[in-house]
Write a protein that binds this ligand. Structure first.
Ligand code: UDP
Length: 239
């Protein structure tokens, strides 16, 4: 099959239909902009399944996503979008780069969900950009920026509640948006690779920080998130 793009965690293939592409989720794991590499057993299948469950939940609440079908456990058929070259991060508690940059203890509550934009550029390490950079460089227009901020806020409310019902605290996460027919649509994935999820109460890390920080128990954390999000045992998909 014809590859359109190969990233660190996914490969995107062309299909017979120009409006649809196939996303293959890999078991490969990377961190620190590709400097740390490894593999998480069954991650491709678990992340595809988690994305399906979360995107279906968002769709039911009226958020448009690119998801069409799951033809295989580690593959999603999605609508082809014209992607905006940005990552949108939403934060409910300080952690990761925000804690480092601003000298904040991880887990410090934020009085409103903080939304940040990063330029998608591996060579530059996805630098932080603000609204003025985005508009001045034509990365997106004012309506798209406002639309992404509003959608990111709505998605955060929906996912926070969804995860809280499953004893997981949504600390922060990353979204990517694209357009089709002039409409903003949620693309990419939402998985423990792209979210910080903490066990309610103990604050045990249930996400890629276990891999980034060598905390051990990486596979088990992904399996547990898969189980709570999809209601299925990971053994059926991860084997
Ligand atoms: N994130 C991501 N892809 C990136 C950068 C960040 O999915 O290229 C996610 C990350 O998993 C976390 C959130 O966005 O849930 C905020 O990440 P942060 O800026 O704290 O960076 P980190 O310290 O994780 O590199």
């Amino acid at each position: 099959m014809d590859r359109i793009y190969e990233g660190k965690a996914k490969i995107v293939y062309r299909t017979d239909d120009p409006e649809r592409v196939l996303m293959h989720f890999k078991d490969a794991a990377t961190a620190f902009n590709g400097k740390k590499r490894g593999e998480i057993a069954g991650k491709g299948r678990m992340n595809a399944g988690i994305t399906v469950a979360l995107f279906r939940h968002l769709e039911r609440a009226g958020v448009a996503t690119h998801l069409l079908e799951q033809p295989a456990p580690d593959e999603l058929l999605v609508r082809r979008l014209t992607m905006l070259p940005l990552e949108v991060v939403v934060r409910n508690l300080a952690a990761g780069s925000m804690s480092h940059r601003l000298g904040l203890e991880e887990g410090r509550p934020l009085s409103l969900p903080v939304r940040e934009f990063y330029l998608k550029n591996d060579q530059l390490g996805d630098p932080w950009v603000n609204r003025h950079h985005i508009l001045a460089l034509g990365l997106a227009d004012a309506a798209q920026v406002a639309g992404m901020e509003e959608l990111a806020g709505r998605i955060n409310e929906l996912l926070r509640r969804f995860f809280a019902e499953r004893e997981l605290e949504l600390v922060d996460f990353k979204l990517e948006f694209g357009e089709a027919e002039g409409r903003l649509i949620l693309g990419d994935e939402i998985t423990p690779d792209t979210c910080r999820l903490w066990q309610v109460g103990s604050h045990e890390r249930m996400d890629k920080d276990r891999f980034r920080r060598d905390l051990g128990g990486v596979d088990d954390a992904y399996r547990e998130v898969f189980r709570r999000v999809t209601g299925k045992e990971a053994d059926h998909v991860a084997g």
